[in-house]
Design a protein around this ligand. Structure first.
Ligand code: HEC
Ligand code: HEC
Length: 371
């Protein structure tokens, strides 16, 4: 059932729409959730920086493609020069289908399918737009919520006295720098080995991973890991390794689950790396096992306890590199480095598949957008 979560989501939304008639105005809280689909590429709020896409503070009233220190696509800048200004109407059209409105935009996002999602995310963005803040009731809501958060956060921070900075200067030959602190090493030293060494304590189930994946990963990797546009495929590909164009995924190719956990924790979601909790990463890893048919129970829970017992199907095809023992490389057969082959160079074979490089802008199936 879980492999078709879309239907469940549609049903839930239809119900929500019946329950609250004023959705057209947009709901800031709901919009904040929708914004997770954007957050891999966009930041908004205090200190927001450009990511894959430009920061979105004050986007209402902004001329398209006009933020100075962000490198837009040519079509987006042309749209701005042609008079496109972001407001409720233009943003509604853009977010429904970015590439239809600004042909050739490098925003690799398929669009929001539901009108209420668009209304809600616009309400959320509006609360970060100066020109709209005074009139938007939504802004008042956030303004009220904000101080509460700070009030909660600061006593906790004060309660724990900042640990005295036990800085040890280096006793090395030149007396330069200082010895790294234990915390610094711990934050940096997060690699995990195939036998599970280095795993943090934690756990997460397939069922917990599914919504996390939908919110944080599906925009690029597809709802079922099939890959949106040209973003990487995360599932399937079994039995293709001997074909001309093997599909190498976690399930078909990767030897160890530790790499999946490490990679997701270290690098994903793309553009917002290290934003996931350890439990989130366990749940997402469990969900990726499920998408790859390596576990089939939605209640399956992955944890540091059972992690090492999970084996990926292709592990046995990775073998130790023992080529020094192979006859071809064995001692005595020193590789020839000079004047080796007599006679002129002959071309004996050509690459069969030469269309491996994706085409540039304007390619309809593009998932591009990484510069
Ligand atoms: C995969 C990355 C990605 C995702 C996801 C994404 N965007 Fe974008 N967005 C971009 C890029 C890149 C640009 C710049 C487009 C260009 O220059 O053609 C952009 C441009 C924009 C612009 C125009 C800004 C300006 O300064 O003119 C708006 C508005 C916008 N995005 C809103 C959103 C919203 C809202 C979402 C979520 C519903 C979203 N985007 C999801 C990458 C993304
Ligand atoms: C904005 C787009 C984007 C989002 C969102 C995103 N990824 Fe990725 N992901 C990528 C790109 C691009 C790569 C390839 C990076 C590279 O090869 O350097 C990748 C690679 C991966 C890989 C390795 C795939 C392989 O076979 O090499 C895994 C696993 C992965 N992502 C998991 C996730 C998970 C889990 C999430 C959600 C928490 C996520 N990604 C969110 C863009 C994204």
């Amino acid at each position: 059932m879980l492999k078709f979560p879309k239907f469940a989501a549609v049903a839930a939304l239809a119900f929500a729409a019946l329950a609250s008639p004023s959705l057209a105005d947009g709901d800031v809280g709901a919009g904040e959730k929708v914004f997770k689909k954007c957050a891999a590429c966009h930041a908004v709020g205090d200190g927001a920086k450009h990511k894959v896409g430009p920061e979105l503070n004050d986007v209402f009233g902004r001329t398209a493609g006009s933020v100075d220190d962000y490198k837009y696509s040519k079509p987006m800048m042309a749209a701005g020069e042609g008079g496109l200004v972001w407001d409720d109407t233009t943003l509604t059209e853009y977010l429904a289908n970015p590439k239809a409105m600004v042909k050739g935009t490098k925003m690799a996002f398929a669009g929001l399918k539901k009108d209420d999602e668009i209304a809600n995310v616009l309400a959320y963005l509006k609360s970060f737009s100066e020109s709209e803040a005074a009139s938007a009731p939504a802004a008042a809501e956030t303004a009220e919520a904000a101080p509460v958060e700070t009030a909660e956060a600061s006593p906790a921070a004060e309660a724990e006295p900042v640990e005295a900075m036990a800085v040890e200067t280096s006793k090395g030959a030149f007396g330069l720098g200082r010895v790294a602190m234990a915390d610094e090493i711990a934050a940096w030293d997060i690699d995990i080995r195939p036998d599970g060494t280095g795993l943090p304590e934690g756990k997460g189930t397939v069922a917990e991973g599914e919504p996390l994946f939908a919110d944080n990963c599906a925009v690029c990797h597809g709802d079922f890991g099939e890959g949106a546009g040209r973003w990487p495929v995360l599932a399937g590909g079994q039995d293709t390794l001997l074909k001309d164009r093997p599909v190498k995924t976690i399930g078909s190719y990767w030897p160890y689950l530790s790499t999946v956990f490490d990679y997701v924790r270290r690098a994903m979601p793309f553009g917002d790396a290290r934003s996931l909790s350890d439990d989130d990463v366990y749940a997402l890893t469990a969900y990726l096992l499920y998408l790859n048919d390596i576990v089939d129970d939605e209640d399956f829970e992955l944890s540091n306890e059972n992690f090492a017992s999970i084996r990926l199907p292709n592990e046995d095809n990775f073998i130790p590199d023992d080529r020094l023992n192979e006859p071809h490389y064995a001692k005595g057969l020193e590789p020839c480095m000079t004047d080796c082959k007599p006679g002129p160079v002959e071309i004996t074979a050509r690459a069969q598949i030469i269309d491996v490089t994706p085409e540039g802008e304007g390619d309809e199936n593009t998932g591009g957008g990484i510069d």
